[in-house]
Design a binder for this molecule. Structure first.
Ligand code: PMP
Length: 327
């Protein structure tokens, strides 16, 4: 396939990278899919594409239409690119505690950005619910609804999962990944378990998320908090529902930050906090399995989105994380 279809044509088929330093440290093959190489810079381009294609196919979205979404940023970035390419208006409702780089990028891409105060999911003014109401009020608008729209998980069932399987030639012992909507984990886990039930599926969770306790003991209980963005949740979304998950590991902020800086200094990879959670969890799983195993995870997005936070020594010092970063 020499010629590809514009922005859409460059989504997916990301390379699977072997991380030598972590592989040597664990005696395992630690492999990570470079999702930050998607054209919008994150794993969420895949979901954005499937959500828009699905709405067009079902006749819910047509020329002159509007796409509304509540997002921590990356899904909005993917949607904004595709809306520009297809002539849709794009409205993004985003909690105002997300990184300023994401808000600026969304505006540059032509999205109308509506920052709102962060509220828990049960609050009627939670950003996801505001987005839903806005879409219902606007003629010709759809709500992308990435959390409960299973076109999201389908994107990973049809693309990410098969790519992992093909890239490893079916030789992997575990797949580990953090969840925001759960679309990535759900789609990949369903696909891989369908090919080989022995592949261990492990959910990686930041502090402040309820899913670790949900997987471990069936209770949606959250403790602590995290500087990571776009991952961690206190509910089981429609996307996550029914996912075959074998285990969960929890990663705190110091371990996440230490891993992000390890990836930067030892592997030359400039990625965001969820990638740190994923790789720290992958190392934990590799240690549980023992040498000779192969563990696959994802590098979700680019570090540049967090230049003023994760990569800003003053900000890290304020959060008590400068030591973990070694800055
Ligand atoms: N990492 C980052 C940086 C994200 O923005 C997201 C999505 N919000 C994820 C990971 C998790 O992906 P998913 O929504 O498929 O669970």
């Amino acid at each position: 396939m020499a010629i590809r279809e514009g922005f859409i044509g460059t989504i997916g088929n990301t390379p699977l990278l072997r991380l030598d330093s972590l592989s040597a440290e664990t005696g395992c093959d630690i492999l990570a899919k470079a999702e930050f190489l998607n054209p919008g810079g994150s794993v969420k381009d895949r979901a954005a594409r499937y959500i828009i294609d699905d709405a067009e196919r079902e006749g819910r979205l047509f020329p002159g239409g509007t796409v509304v979404e509540g997002t921590a940023g990356n899904t909005g970035i993917g949607l904004a690119h595709i809306c520009a390419a297809r002539g849709y208006r794009c409205i993004i409702v985003i909690p105002d505690n997300q990184s300023p780089e994401k808000l600026d990028l969304l505006r540059t891409l032509g999205a109308e950005v509506r920052p709102v105060p962060p509220k828990p999911y049960k609050d009627p003014d939670n950003y996801q619910k505001i987005a839903g109401r806005l879409a219902a009020e606007l003629p010709g608008a759809i709500w992308a609804n990435q959390f409960d729209n299973i076109a999201n998980r389908q994107a990973h069932f049809e693309t990410t999962g098969p790519e992992v399987w093909a890239d490893t030639e079916g030789r992997l012992d575990a797949f580990v990944c953090a969840t925001g909507t759960g679309g990535t984990l759900a789609g990949v886990a369903r696909y891989l378990k369908g090919r080989d039930t022995k592949i261990r599926i492990v959910l990686a969770d930041p502090m402040g998320s309820a899913l670790y306790n949900w997987v471990r003991r069936g209770e949606l209980v959250a403790e602590g908090n995290s500087i990571t963005e776009g991952i961690g949740t206190t509910r089981v979304t429609a996307n996550l529902e029914g996912t075959p998950i074998d285990d969960a590991v929890q990663v705190d902020d110091p371990a996440c930050v230490a891993m992000v800086y390890h990836l930067l200094r030892e592997e030359g990879l400039f990625v965001g906090g969820s990638s740190g959670i994923n790789l720290a969890a992958a190392v934990q799983v590799a240690r549980q399995l023992g040498p000779g195993h192969r563990v696959v995870t994802l590098l979700c997005d680019r570090g540049g989105l967090y230049a003023g936070r994760l990569f800003n020594p003053a900000w890290l010092a304020e959060k008590g994380l400068a030591g973990a970063a070694g800055v």
